[in-house]
Design a protein around this ligand. Structure first.
Ligand code: FAD
Ligand code: NAD
Length: 467
């Protein structure tokens, strides 16, 4: 079959949140842009990550709410018949949302006049890739290349994916709720999905190697989540190591913190022990780009060690978050279009969609102290917040960390129901260089949970009003 050739100014490899945003922005700026995607537009986030997981979490939350009422009526005085869950139907609803967003991304790319090529790209050299498409091999030459190929689940050698051993991808498309679910890895994915399945009726056990679940967060932030996991009947085994599949019956063998071997019977074993950059199988080794560990090394303009080759998103390391990938993508597009941009963000907020949710933006108290700051910390509990009381969600708090000398806000953390929506206020305050006085002086609408943010600032200033 004859080879077709395209020559363009910008070639983006991978249409996840990093790649598609980069291509759209470049197209808007009049840069002649081609994007190549091997699977589906939207990448991990849209197809098998952020969006489908949040859809499933929502379905599980709704089901649990109603189940709870059926159990004991609850304080609201609502009683219902025991509800049933048709997981296949909920998954079909989730697939519908994913489908709508897929078409949305493709539409936005077309509107920005980006050429979309479907197929897997393989590097020939730093400026040329070969794509196997349905209609033959397509050669693409570009002045600038952006690598945005993302990440994939880490596989444990003694617990390879297949059959009952699943990754988040399969967990998001199960047709029935597993009776017994063992989750290996108590991080973001394990706890978000483990909680959702417990709410849908699975008997869930979480096996976490470290001494604490969500080990990247301080113990105070994690406590309300650990309490809720216990209330939901989820068994959490910390300091425990997965060893492999048990010989008799389907079960996971683990070594407990006490050094004992234990068998955990399971219908499904969900392995969520982190994600690794997708660097293999497509000629990237030919380029010999510098790495930081397994990730591609980049500078403050997302440039790799090869001229004209940028990298963005999960392939460039932690934090592996969609909004970081998007911000990098937008910046690189502007650089390619000739604008002067460097990575000057003060913080990348992170949300863990557990129950309750956790938000972090900027520095925690320990991180600030470790960086040599003298700090002031203000913390406001949701059990002193009227709105939280009216929503039966009093667990958690907002915590604000500021420099003791200038009151400049260095970080904000929160744990509580629905606090994901406060993440933008926290990030905005840090990005704009707010001081405690700015937040304290801003009128926060009543009654909202966001008042906890203002009260935390007042507390740090020494004159909280509601505690
Ligand atoms: P990806 O989204 O991985 O996209 C890379 C794309 O490149 C893919 O579409 C892939 O098919 C394509 N590709 C790879 N190689 C080639 C090739 N050779 N040729 C052509 N195409 C190629 N992040 C959040 O911020 N919030 C969340 O709530 C959240 N939830 C998550 C839940 C789960 C279950 C998972 C797994 C992840 C979650 N994440 C979340 C992380 C988020 O999905 C990633 O940070 C984000 O998708 C990274 O974007 P990216 O553009 O770097 O890569
Ligand atoms: P993670 O790094 O959040 O958690 C992995 C957990 O597995 C850690 O707690 C680790 O100690 C544990 N672990 C590692 N090896 C183990 C073993 N052999 N036995 C038992 N436990 C073990 O990784 P993840 O949950 O797989 O998520 C991957 C990435 O995806 C995250 O780092 C995050 O960037 C992204 N993500 C983000 C969100 C969000 O923003 N809400 C949601 C899901 C995923």
């Amino acid at each position: 079959m004859p080879m077709k050739e395209i020559v363009c100014k910008l070639l983006v490899i991978g249409a996840g949140p990093g790649g598609y945003i980069c291509a759209i922005r470049a197209g808007q700026l009049g840069v002649d842009t081609v994007i190549v995607e091997a699977v589906k537009a939207g990448g991990t986030c849209l197809n098998i990550g952020c969006i489908p997981s949040k859809a499933l979490i929502h379905a599980a939350e709704e089901f649990e709410k109603v189940s709870h009422m059926a159990g004991n009526g609850g304080p609201l005085g609502i009683t219902v018949e025991a509800p049933k869950l048709d997981l296949a139907k909920a998954v079909a609803w989730k697939d519908g949302i994913v489908g709508r967003l897929n078409s949305g991304v493709l539409g936005l790319l077309r509107k920005a006049k980006v050429k979309i090529v479907h197929g897997k790209a393989t590097f020939r050299d730093g400026k040329t890739v070969e794509v196997e498409t349905e209609t033959g091999v397509q050669i693409i030459r570009a002045e600038t290349v952006v690598i945005a190929t993302g990440s994939e689940p880490v596989e444990l050698p003694f617990l390879p994916f297949g059959g009952p051993v699943i990754s988040s991808t399969e967990a998001l498309s199960l047709k029935t709720v597993p009776k017994k679910l063992v989750v290996v890895g108590g991080g973001y994915i394990g706890l978000e999905l483990g909680t959702a399945f417990a709410k849908m009726g699975s008997e869930v056990t979480v096996v976490e190697a470290m001494q604490q679940i969500l080990p990247q967060y301080d113990a105070e932030l994690v406590r309300p989540v650990a309490k809720r996991l216990a209330d939901l009947g989820i068994r959490v085994l910390t300091g425990a190591k997965a060893k492999g599949l048990s010989e008799e019956g389907l079960a996971l063998t683990i070594e407990t913190a006490e050094g004992e071997e234990q068998r955990l019977p399971a219908d499904k074993i969900l392995v969520t022990v982190g994600r690794k950059p997708r660097t293999e199988g497509w000629g990237l080794d030919e380029l010999d780009l510098d790495r930081t560990g397994k990730f591609l090394r980049i500078d403050d303009r997302c440039r790799t060690s090869m001229r004209g080759v940028h990298a963005i998103g999960d392939i460039t390391g932690e934090p592996m978050l969609a909004h970081r990938a998007m911000a990098q993508g937008e910046m690189v597009a502007e650089i390619v279009a000739g604008k002067k941009r460097t990575w000057d963000k003060r913080c990348i907020p992170a949300v863990c969609f557990t129950d309750p949710e956790i938000v972090t933006a900027g520095l925690s108290p320990d991180e600030a102290r470790a960086q040599g700051y003298e700090i002031r910390v203000g913390q406001f509990p949701f059990n002193a917040n009227g709105r939280a009381m009216t929503m039966l969600s009093e667990d958690g708090f907002v915590r604000i960390v500021a420099r003791a000398d200038s009151n400049l806000v260095l970080g904000v953390q929160a744990v509580g129901a629905g606090v994901s929506e406060l993440s933008s206020a926290f990030a905005l305050a840090i990005e704009m260089g707010a001081r405690l006085e700015d937040i304290a002086a801003t009128i926060h609408a009543h009654p909202t949970r966001s008042e906890g943010f203002q009260e935390a600032a007042l507390k740090a200033l020494g004159h909280a009003l509601h505690i």
